[in-house]
Design a protein around this ligand. Structure first.
Ligand code: ZN
Length: 289
Protein backbone atom coordinates (compact mmCIF):
# COMPACT_ATOMS: atom_id res chain seq x y z
CA UNK A 1 0.00 0.00 0.00
CA UNK A 2 1.10 3.57 -0.68
CA UNK A 3 1.39 5.91 2.28
CA UNK A 4 -1.84 7.78 3.06
CA UNK A 5 -2.30 11.39 4.20
CA UNK A 6 -4.28 12.77 7.14
CA UNK A 7 -6.93 13.80 4.59
CA UNK A 8 -7.49 10.11 3.78
CA UNK A 9 -8.18 9.08 7.37
CA UNK A 10 -9.12 11.94 9.73
CA UNK A 11 -12.33 13.42 8.22
CA UNK A 12 -13.89 9.95 8.28
CA UNK A 13 -12.74 9.42 11.89
CA UNK A 14 -14.24 12.74 12.97
CA UNK A 15 -17.53 11.98 11.25
CA UNK A 16 -17.83 8.57 12.89
CA UNK A 17 -16.55 9.64 16.31
CA UNK A 18 -13.39 7.59 16.58
CA UNK A 19 -9.78 8.82 16.66
CA UNK A 20 -6.75 7.58 14.77
CA UNK A 21 -3.70 6.96 16.96
CA UNK A 22 -0.42 8.64 16.05
CA UNK A 23 2.65 7.03 17.55
CA UNK A 24 6.25 8.27 17.75
CA UNK A 25 9.09 5.97 16.71
CA UNK A 26 12.87 6.34 16.86
CA UNK A 27 14.07 3.39 14.79
CA UNK A 28 13.08 0.29 12.88
CA UNK A 29 11.94 -1.86 15.82
CA UNK A 30 9.36 0.52 17.25
CA UNK A 31 8.15 1.52 13.75
CA UNK A 32 7.52 -2.14 12.93
CA UNK A 33 5.93 -2.71 16.36
CA UNK A 34 3.48 0.15 15.75
CA UNK A 35 2.42 -1.26 12.39
CA UNK A 36 2.04 -4.77 13.87
CA UNK A 37 -0.25 -3.35 16.56
CA UNK A 38 -2.34 -1.50 13.98
CA UNK A 39 -2.66 -4.61 11.84
CA UNK A 40 -3.76 -6.63 14.86
CA UNK A 41 -6.43 -4.00 15.54
CA UNK A 42 -7.29 -3.70 11.80
CA UNK A 43 -6.95 0.05 12.24
CA UNK A 44 -5.42 2.85 10.18
CA UNK A 45 -2.31 4.21 11.86
CA UNK A 46 -0.04 7.27 11.86
CA UNK A 47 3.67 6.70 12.37
CA UNK A 48 5.33 9.86 13.63
CA UNK A 49 8.96 10.86 13.55
CA UNK A 50 10.06 14.03 15.31
CA UNK A 51 12.72 16.26 13.80
CA UNK A 52 15.12 14.73 16.35
CA UNK A 53 14.15 11.18 15.36
CA UNK A 54 14.75 12.02 11.67
CA UNK A 55 18.17 13.35 12.54
CA UNK A 56 18.93 10.22 14.58
CA UNK A 57 17.69 7.70 11.98
CA UNK A 58 18.49 9.78 8.88
CA UNK A 59 15.75 11.48 6.86
CA UNK A 60 15.82 9.14 3.86
CA UNK A 61 16.25 6.11 6.12
CA UNK A 62 13.13 7.18 8.06
CA UNK A 63 11.10 7.36 4.84
CA UNK A 64 12.61 4.09 3.60
CA UNK A 65 11.70 2.19 6.76
CA UNK A 66 8.07 3.32 6.76
CA UNK A 67 7.56 2.96 3.00
CA UNK A 68 8.87 -0.60 3.34
CA UNK A 69 6.49 -1.26 6.22
CA UNK A 70 3.52 0.25 4.33
CA UNK A 71 4.23 -1.80 1.21
CA UNK A 72 3.15 -5.04 2.85
CA UNK A 73 0.69 -3.50 5.29
CA UNK A 74 -2.95 -4.59 5.33
CA UNK A 75 -3.90 -1.30 7.03
CA UNK A 76 -3.45 2.33 5.86
CA UNK A 77 -0.18 3.84 7.11
CA UNK A 78 0.57 7.58 7.26
CA UNK A 79 4.12 8.85 7.77
CA UNK A 80 3.92 12.11 9.71
CA UNK A 81 6.65 14.55 10.71
CA UNK A 82 5.95 15.61 14.31
CA UNK A 83 6.52 19.15 15.70
CA UNK A 84 8.87 20.63 13.15
CA UNK A 85 9.78 24.27 13.63
CA UNK A 86 12.32 24.63 10.82
CA UNK A 87 10.61 25.32 7.47
CA UNK A 88 13.64 24.24 5.44
CA UNK A 89 13.69 20.92 7.25
CA UNK A 90 9.94 20.47 6.66
CA UNK A 91 10.42 21.04 2.93
CA UNK A 92 13.24 18.48 2.87
CA UNK A 93 10.99 15.96 4.63
CA UNK A 94 8.14 16.59 2.16
CA UNK A 95 10.50 16.11 -0.76
CA UNK A 96 11.97 12.97 0.84
CA UNK A 97 8.50 11.35 0.85
CA UNK A 98 6.69 12.09 4.13
CA UNK A 99 2.94 11.89 3.46
CA UNK A 100 2.17 14.35 6.25
CA UNK A 101 3.97 17.03 8.28
CA UNK A 102 3.33 19.13 11.35
CA UNK A 103 4.52 22.70 11.28
CA UNK A 104 4.77 23.99 14.84
CA UNK A 105 4.82 27.77 14.83
CA UNK A 106 2.83 27.85 18.08
CA UNK A 107 5.59 29.75 19.88
CA UNK A 108 5.21 32.59 17.39
CA UNK A 109 2.69 35.39 17.41
CA UNK A 110 -0.72 34.69 15.77
CA UNK A 111 -0.12 36.39 12.40
CA UNK A 112 3.35 34.85 12.04
CA UNK A 113 1.96 31.43 12.93
CA UNK A 114 -0.65 31.84 10.16
CA UNK A 115 1.93 33.00 7.61
CA UNK A 116 4.45 30.22 8.33
CA UNK A 117 1.85 27.45 8.50
CA UNK A 118 0.23 28.62 5.25
CA UNK A 119 3.64 28.61 3.51
CA UNK A 120 4.07 24.96 4.48
CA UNK A 121 0.56 24.10 3.25
CA UNK A 122 1.26 25.81 -0.11
CA UNK A 123 4.50 23.88 -0.51
CA UNK A 124 3.15 20.49 0.64
CA UNK A 125 0.09 20.61 -1.62
CA UNK A 126 2.16 19.90 -4.74
CA UNK A 127 3.47 16.71 -3.13
CA UNK A 128 0.05 15.47 -1.94
CA UNK A 129 1.29 15.82 1.62
CA UNK A 130 -1.09 16.81 4.44
CA UNK A 131 -0.29 19.44 7.08
CA UNK A 132 -1.05 19.72 10.80
CA UNK A 133 -0.39 22.96 12.67
CA UNK A 134 -0.70 24.14 16.27
CA UNK A 135 -2.51 27.04 17.85
CA UNK A 136 -1.94 27.64 21.57
CA UNK A 137 0.98 25.94 23.31
CA UNK A 138 0.94 22.34 24.53
CA UNK A 139 3.17 22.25 27.61
CA UNK A 140 6.00 19.90 28.54
CA UNK A 141 9.04 18.80 26.67
CA UNK A 142 9.27 17.39 23.17
CA UNK A 143 12.77 17.01 21.78
CA UNK A 144 14.29 20.48 21.81
CA UNK A 145 10.98 22.30 22.24
CA UNK A 146 10.41 23.18 25.89
CA UNK A 147 7.41 25.03 27.22
CA UNK A 148 7.20 25.97 30.89
CA UNK A 149 4.20 24.18 32.40
CA UNK A 150 2.96 27.32 34.03
CA UNK A 151 3.32 29.58 31.04
CA UNK A 152 1.70 27.04 28.69
CA UNK A 153 -1.16 28.84 27.07
CA UNK A 154 -4.41 27.28 26.01
CA UNK A 155 -5.94 27.76 22.56
CA UNK A 156 -8.43 30.62 22.29
CA UNK A 157 -11.45 29.15 20.43
CA UNK A 158 -12.28 32.46 18.71
CA UNK A 159 -8.83 32.42 17.06
CA UNK A 160 -9.51 29.08 15.37
CA UNK A 161 -11.84 29.78 12.38
CA UNK A 162 -9.65 32.42 10.74
CA UNK A 163 -6.53 30.37 11.46
CA UNK A 164 -7.96 27.27 9.77
CA UNK A 165 -9.39 29.22 6.78
CA UNK A 166 -6.28 31.22 6.05
CA UNK A 167 -3.74 28.43 6.50
CA UNK A 168 -5.72 25.68 4.74
CA UNK A 169 -4.38 23.03 7.16
CA UNK A 170 -5.72 19.46 7.33
CA UNK A 171 -5.53 19.03 11.12
CA UNK A 172 -5.19 21.35 14.11
CA UNK A 173 -3.39 20.64 17.39
CA UNK A 174 -4.90 22.62 20.24
CA UNK A 175 -3.81 23.19 23.82
CA UNK A 176 -6.51 22.43 26.39
CA UNK A 177 -4.71 20.85 29.31
CA UNK A 178 -2.55 18.01 28.00
CA UNK A 179 1.25 18.13 28.28
CA UNK A 180 4.07 16.20 26.62
CA UNK A 181 5.90 13.53 28.64
CA UNK A 182 4.81 11.99 31.93
CA UNK A 183 2.44 14.05 34.09
CA UNK A 184 3.69 15.43 37.39
CA UNK A 185 0.13 15.72 38.66
CA UNK A 186 -3.28 14.50 37.47
CA UNK A 187 -3.99 16.19 34.10
CA UNK A 188 -7.14 18.29 33.89
CA UNK A 189 -8.53 18.68 30.39
CA UNK A 190 -10.65 21.70 29.60
CA UNK A 191 -13.54 19.92 27.87
CA UNK A 192 -15.54 23.13 27.44
CA UNK A 193 -12.68 24.65 25.47
CA UNK A 194 -12.53 21.60 23.20
CA UNK A 195 -16.31 21.78 22.70
CA UNK A 196 -16.07 25.46 21.79
CA UNK A 197 -13.33 24.76 19.22
CA UNK A 198 -15.26 21.84 17.70
CA UNK A 199 -18.32 24.05 17.33
CA UNK A 200 -16.34 26.65 15.40
CA UNK A 201 -14.49 24.47 12.86
CA UNK A 202 -14.78 21.29 10.79
CA UNK A 203 -10.99 20.87 10.79
CA UNK A 204 -9.98 17.58 12.52
CA UNK A 205 -8.62 18.35 16.01
CA UNK A 206 -5.53 16.70 17.50
CA UNK A 207 -4.66 15.91 21.12
CA UNK A 208 -0.94 15.99 21.91
CA UNK A 209 0.53 14.42 25.04
CA UNK A 210 -1.76 11.37 25.11
CA UNK A 211 0.44 9.49 27.62
CA UNK A 212 -0.95 9.50 31.16
CA UNK A 213 -4.37 11.02 30.46
CA UNK A 214 -7.05 8.69 31.87
CA UNK A 215 -8.49 6.73 28.95
CA UNK A 216 -12.03 7.75 29.94
CA UNK A 217 -11.06 11.41 29.46
CA UNK A 218 -9.59 10.69 26.02
CA UNK A 219 -12.73 8.75 25.08
CA UNK A 220 -14.87 11.66 26.22
CA UNK A 221 -12.91 13.93 23.84
CA UNK A 222 -13.30 11.43 21.00
CA UNK A 223 -17.04 11.25 21.68
CA UNK A 224 -17.10 15.03 21.22
CA UNK A 225 -15.29 14.82 17.85
CA UNK A 226 -11.54 14.68 18.53
CA UNK A 227 -9.96 12.85 15.55
CA UNK A 228 -6.25 12.22 16.27
CA UNK A 229 -4.46 11.28 19.49
CA UNK A 230 -0.67 11.45 19.76
CA UNK A 231 1.16 8.93 21.93
CA UNK A 232 4.93 9.05 22.34
CA UNK A 233 6.26 8.76 25.87
CA UNK A 234 4.42 5.55 26.71
CA UNK A 235 6.03 3.73 23.77
CA UNK A 236 9.50 5.01 24.67
CA UNK A 237 9.00 3.67 28.20
CA UNK A 238 7.76 0.29 26.92
CA UNK A 239 10.73 0.06 24.55
CA UNK A 240 13.34 0.84 27.22
CA UNK A 241 11.77 -1.18 30.02
CA UNK A 242 11.43 -4.27 27.82
CA UNK A 243 14.99 -3.95 26.57
CA UNK A 244 16.24 -3.60 30.16
CA UNK A 245 14.25 -6.68 31.15
CA UNK A 246 15.70 -8.74 28.28
CA UNK A 247 19.23 -7.69 29.20
CA UNK A 248 18.63 -9.03 32.70
CA UNK A 249 16.83 -12.20 31.63
CA UNK A 250 18.94 -13.45 28.73
CA UNK A 251 22.09 -15.40 29.57
CA UNK A 252 25.42 -13.57 29.37
CA UNK A 253 26.51 -15.69 26.38
CA UNK A 254 23.50 -14.59 24.29
CA UNK A 255 24.62 -12.20 21.57
CA UNK A 256 21.89 -12.33 18.90
CA UNK A 257 20.36 -8.81 18.82
CA UNK A 258 17.06 -10.25 17.62
CA UNK A 259 16.58 -12.10 20.93
CA UNK A 260 16.71 -8.74 22.70
CA UNK A 261 14.66 -6.75 20.23
CA UNK A 262 11.81 -9.06 19.21
CA UNK A 263 10.17 -8.74 22.66
CA UNK A 264 10.60 -4.96 22.37
CA UNK A 265 8.64 -4.94 19.11
CA UNK A 266 6.01 -7.12 20.74
CA UNK A 267 5.66 -4.78 23.75
CA UNK A 268 5.25 -1.74 21.49
CA UNK A 269 2.73 -3.60 19.35
CA UNK A 270 0.58 -4.55 22.38
CA UNK A 271 0.32 -0.95 23.60
CA UNK A 272 -0.56 0.29 20.11
CA UNK A 273 -3.28 -2.33 19.68
CA UNK A 274 -4.74 -1.48 23.09
CA UNK A 275 -4.76 2.26 22.31
CA UNK A 276 -6.38 1.85 18.90
CA UNK A 277 -9.10 -0.30 20.44
CA UNK A 278 -9.65 2.34 23.13
CA UNK A 279 -9.77 5.12 20.51
CA UNK A 280 -12.51 3.24 18.62
CA UNK A 281 -10.53 2.89 15.40
CA UNK A 282 -10.17 -0.91 15.58
CA UNK A 283 -11.80 -2.49 12.52
CA UNK A 284 -11.74 0.82 10.58
CA UNK A 285 -8.78 -0.07 8.35
CA UNK A 286 -10.94 -0.36 5.24
CA UNK A 287 -12.57 3.00 5.88
CA UNK A 288 -10.31 5.17 3.76
CA UNK A 289 -12.35 8.27 2.90
ZN1 ZN B 1 3.19 17.01 20.49
Amino acid sequence: MELVTLRDILPKAKKEYYAVGAFNFNGYEDAEGIQMGAERAASPVILMASQGACQYIGLYETVGIVKGIAKHSKVPVCLHLDHATDCDFIKEAVKAGFSSVMVDASAKEYETNIRESKAVVDFARDYNCSVEAELGKVGGKEDNIVVEDRSATFTVPADVPRYVDETGIDALAIAFGSVHGFYKSEPKLDFDRLAAVLKLTDCPIVLHGGTGIPIADIQRCIGMGLAKVNVGTELKAAFSNTLRKMCKELPAEEFDPRKFLKPVKEAVSLIVKEKLEAFGSAGKAADKA
